[in-house]
Design a protein around this ligand. Structure first.
Ligand code: UD1
Ligand code: F6R
Length: 371
């Protein structure tokens, strides 16, 4: 049921304030006057000891689910106290990469049925790792075959392009980082700021959804382009990859997410007056580096569109050069949840304007059950 919406993708994008609330329901504890704020993940409570003692935590997934893990990686690095690595499921299988008994392997999958991820799970089980699932589908193969896990509870996702599952996956992995980290004194202020940020996140997502018309206007401008680059780094490297994935899979436009730190190592050669480039430069520890990326793109007459924190258009666009997308500012590790929304909207409007099938892009299936 699409309700008042024309497409499932549109409905699922706009549903994110509610889906995120459901994802967090019963799992965030604000506590009384003297009780600390904490996270409760019922499905993992008997396993945290083992997870904290593991030699490494390896996140495994495909497509958008892999991108979600990548978006959560910085906060997992910071809080978990265990080395964190990432694997694309098919690549892990191609390489028969190392998975050990002392590892915790976390399988991220909306459908819980993706063949590559499922086969990587069988492989990790054979190798004796503790296997944890993060899935949206109760009773799915991944939910059943993992030792334990977390349901993201985002509600059924019908559009082939994953949107609300992505933001809920990131939130679950941020909660996972908080839970694994436990309550060490040194990180208490940081943890509480993240928990406050999580409580407020649905409101901030509602706010960023107000950019709908602005993204439609941008889509009109980009409708006939051959290609679109998205530059990100740090917390928002994954946002660049995910934004580009949405544009290519539904709008059928070539798009590439690029790690901004790699710009000078090749991509800079592509820059000219025609190729549109979205640069994600919201306020965080990488901000000044992104400012310098923007300057260098302008110096080469690049066609730059900057995503920045609200009120900061002047500091990212000196002299009013180029377009800006201003988004609400949230805690750095949660910013990817906000920043992906305008890119989802852009991909959606580009698709409709270009006349393609939004909910069922050609050649794609919702759940990839064959290899
Ligand atoms: C569970 C209930 C929820 C209820 C809540 C009350 C289910 C599905 N969830 O939620 O309805 O409101 O208790 O406390 O009945 N699991 C895996 N692999 C996965 C995902 C989950 O093994 O990929 C396991 C978990 O380890 C857990 C069970 O499935 O044993 C349910 O997980 P989850 O729904 O996340 O647990 P709760 O949030 O506690
Ligand atoms: C992109 C998309 C795919 C899936 C991938 C994994 O919008 O939907 O990239 O993310 O096929 O699917 P799940 O998460 O079901 O394992």
């Amino acid at each position: 049921n699409k309700g008042n919406y024309e497409h499932y993708m549109q409905k699922e994008i706009h549903e994110q304030p509610e889906s995120l609330k459901t994802t967090m329901r019963g799992r965030l504890i604000r506590g009384g006057s003297c009780k600390a704020k904490t996270v409760l993940l019922g499905g993992l409570k008997d396993h945290f000891k083992t997870i904290r003692r593991s030699r490494r935590i390896v996140f495994i997934g495909c497509g958008t689910s892999y991108n979600a893990a990548l978006a959560a990686r910085p906060i997992l690095d910071e809080l978990s106290g265990v080395p964190v690595t990432m694997e694309i499921a098919s690549d892990l299988l191609d390489r028969q990469g190392p998975i050990y008994r002392e590892d915790t392997a976390v399988f991220v999958s909306q459908s819980g049925e993706t063949a590559d991820t499922l086969q990587a799970l069988e492989y990790a089980l054979e190798n004796g790792a503790l296997c944890v699932g993060i899935t949206n589908t109760v009773g799915s193969a991944i939910a059943r075959h993992t030792h334990c896990g977390v349901h993201i509870n985002a509600g059924a996702e019908i559009g082939v392009a994953s949107t609300k599952a992505y933001t809920s996956q990131i939130v679950v992995m941020a909660m996972l980082a908080l839970a694994i980290g436990g309550d060490t004194i040194s990180s208490q202020t940081r943890r509480e700021a993240i928990i406050d940020g999580l409580f407020d996140l649905p409101n901030k997502v509602r706010e960023v959804l107000n950019l709908d018309q602005e993204m439609k206007d941008l889509a009109k401008l980009l409708i006939a382009e051959q290609s679109l680059l998205v530059f990100g780094r740090g917390y928002n490297y994954a946002t660049a990859l995910e934004g580009a994935l949405k544009v290519k899979e539904v709008a059928l436009m070539h798009s590439e997410g690029i790690l901004a730190g790699e710009m000078k190592h090749g991509p800079l050669a592509l820059v000219d007056e025609n190729l549109p480039i979205i640069v994600i430069a919201t306020r965080d520890s990488c901000f000044s580096k992104q400012q310098s990326v923007i300057q260098q793109l302008h110096a080469r007459k690049g066609r730059v569109i900057v995503m920045c924190s609200k009120g900061e258009a002047v500091s990212v666009c000196p002299g009013g050069l180029g377009r800006v997308i201003e988004v609400p500012h949230v805690e750095d590790c949660l910013q990817p949840v906000i920043n992906v929304v305008p890119l989802q909207l852009l991909a959606y409007h580009l698709t409709v304007l270009r006349g393609y099938n939004v909910d069922q892009p050609r050649n794609l299936a919702k759940s990839v059950t064959t290899q």
